[in-house]
Design a protein around this ligand. Structure first.
Ligand SMILES: Cc1ncc(COP(=O)(O)O)c(C=O)c1O
Length: 448
């Protein structure tokens, strides 16, 4: 059985006609830069994410840099970010002369540990960059609360989590409201999604829902991950600016490089658009320093064909994740990914942790040896796997000047030794997941 980490070919084959005709249209009209496809895509994505502005750019790394430029962050400003992430998040901070301040992550969600942020705030801190790693949101309630308290900007790195939904955490109010709903079936469903309304608000929302529809599966009301969209927000639309990547293997990937920024702030949107295009709003008039970072029309044409399928892609990833969960849970040496109860998961990655058999007696190096041996044996059976990420930011040579050599990041230090991302894409079948799990468990039981 052929198993791939990502299967873009078979995904393409299913929508070949849409993709081919969209690309052909760009070639026919030859507007390769700034074609009408860009605006069409920006508007469609803004509608999908329920955000006022989407500004497309050349890639997700540029999106982060442009966000920081738009917020006027200056050399010496400190930016808080997780220490366990893709390098791009930190790279642009350093590139702009800002100072990355690294924070350890939560062992369950792999996202920034919000309990550790406050102690990292100084008078120079200007922004927090949470990364919604592997497809689910960081704890945005706590992050926004800290940011508001200390007057900080929040830039959400949503490169891996497009389409994920976050619902606010006002559980007590929600529980109280739930108990007042008469219909027990709708009580559970609506309570799941409703974290923001006050009791009165819920009552009126419920009665309007009741009169509108008794069909709880109404697509109008279901979010990308199958959650209720009522009062939840899309990843990337909660902070001041959200950024994302359309790198081919991303959940919404184009056929080259691509990226975008999201914001609800009109002024910021205007500035971001100018920065993306050499700091100009009128041709050859440059009011601010910008960059050349545009999404090509051909890439926008691909994204226009794929965006209508994002919900079904997310559902397919969730289905594959649920098969993995079912087949791997309960194994004493495998920790399956845990879900943030306030976020849907779009499973950009399905990342397990390998616990060795004598965890407490093993040195970290021995643990990664075991994980790496597992990878090798899986590969011999035709199963690819990846280690996202093998080195924490503070241990990367490029970032050594930002680490005092003393501070420890124990969770991340453990994760780099134990994480393993398994094949995950929209074309996974139950048989494929079964083969991966059977082989993995067989190796774990017999050979490690
Ligand atoms: C978390 C995160 N941030 C930023 C990026 C950068 O995106 P791009 O490759 O489009 O520049 C990526 C891409 O892998 C990513 O995973």
């Amino acid at each position: 059985m052929k198993i791939q980490m990502v299967d873009l070919h078979n995904q393409y084959v299913k929508i070949k006609n849409e993709i081919d005709s969209n690309i052909q249209e760009v070639i026919n009209n030859t507007q390769f830069i700034k074609g009408p496809q860009i605006k069409q895509f920006e508007e469609a994505l803004a509608k999908e994410l329920e955000v006022k502005h989407v500004i497309a750019c050349a890639n997700g790394t540029d999106a982060l840099q442009i966000a920081m430029m738009a917020l006027d962050l200056k050399p010496g400003d400190e930016i808080i970010l997780p220490v366990f992430t893709y390098v791009a998040t930190a790279e642009v901070i350093a590139l702009l002369g800002l100072t990355p301040v690294m924070v350890d992550v939560d062992p369950n969600t792999f996202c920034i540990d919000v309990n550790l942020i406050a102690s990292k705030i100084s008078v120079r801190t200007k922004a927090i960059v949470p990364v919604h790693l592997f497809g689910q949101c960081a704890n945005m309630d706590a992050i926004m609360e800290i940011a508001n308290k200390h007057n900080l900007f929040v830039i959400e790195d949503t490169a891996q989590a497009i389409g994920a939904l976050y619902r606010s955490e006002r559980r007590e109010a929600r529980d109280e409201k739930e108990s007042r709903v008469q219909n027990p079936e709708s009580r559970q469903e609506i309570g799941e999604a409703d974290g923001l309304l006050d009791a009165q608000g819920l009552d009126s929302r419920l009665s309007s829902l009741d009169s509108k529809t008794n069909n709880l599966d109404s697509p109008e009301l279901l979010g990308t991950g199958g959650f209720w969209t009522l009062d939840s927000k899309s990843a990337g639309t909660i902070g001041h600016i959200g950024t994302t990547s359309f790198f081919p293997s991303k959940n919404l990937g184009c056929y080259g490089d691509g990226g975008a920024l999201m914001t609800n702030d009109d002024e910021l949107a205007k500035k971001i658009r100018m920065i993306c295009n050499h700091g100009q709003s009128v041709q050859y008039v440059h009011d601010i320093i910008g960059v050349n970072s545009r999404l090509d029309s051909i890439q926008a044409a691909v994204l226009n064909a794929k965006l209508p399928h994002l919900k079904s892609y997310t559902a397919a990833r969730n289905e594959a994740a649920s098969w993995y969960d079912e087949m791997l849970s309960g194994h004493p040496n495998i920790i399956i990914p845990k879900r943030n109860p306030n976020s849907t998961h779009v499973f950009h990655q399905y990342t397990i942790r390998i616990q060795d058999k004598n965890a407490s007696s093993q040195e970290p190096a021995a643990r990664s040896l075991q994980r790496d041996q597992l990878r090798k044996l899986l590969s011999e059976k035709g199963i690819p796997s990846m280690v996202y990420y093998p080195i924490e930011l503070h241990k990367q040579k490029a970032f050594e000047k930002y680490w005092d050599g003393v501070e420890r990041f124990p969770v991340s230090e453990e994760l780099v030794q134990t994480v393993l991302s398994l094949p995950m894409h929209t074309e996974m079948t139950r048989e494929m997941v079964g083969y991966v799990c059977e082989t993995l468990v067989g190796i774990m039981n017999d050979e490690l």
